[in-house]
Design a protein. Sequence first.
Length: 177
Amino acid sequence: MFLRQITDSSLAQNAYLIGCQRSGEAIVIDPERDLDRYFDLAKENGLRITAVAETHIHADYLSGARELMERHGALAYLSEEGGPDWQFEWAKSHANARFLNDGDTFRVGNIEFKALLTPGHTPEHMSYLVTDMGGGADEPIAFLTGDFIFVGDVGRPDLLESAAGQAGVMEPSARTL
């Protein structure tokens, strides 16, 4: 299994390229709009990007998920959780969109991803347990948490209130987180 974190320090944003070296398939988790770096890294490692997933709806940068799905044919794995105001509306009628609920699994090559609902930063937020089935693993080896938890910190539960003006959601979001 190939796993690489791609960091944009100016945005404090992380994306992940994860590939199955046996099948040559790869997924990008939380891509920024500039996709060249992901395609270059995949090519350098003998991989082709066939899927994309989002941990949540991003308000702080433009995501590349839509372009990966629409222009490059990638399957898009997106949360269906969070209620009617927290849906990936742009993907609802696209044949390559796959909508996930808590506990759903999908595979990219021999790598299994289990979606877990982890709200608090946003209501629809998903984290992904990653298991390298092709390598013989029977337990996850990674947990991709988006903006849910960080090393030594947790995601911000205040942004919906402070940046989006949704009064009264900060404390309940913090409790949920």
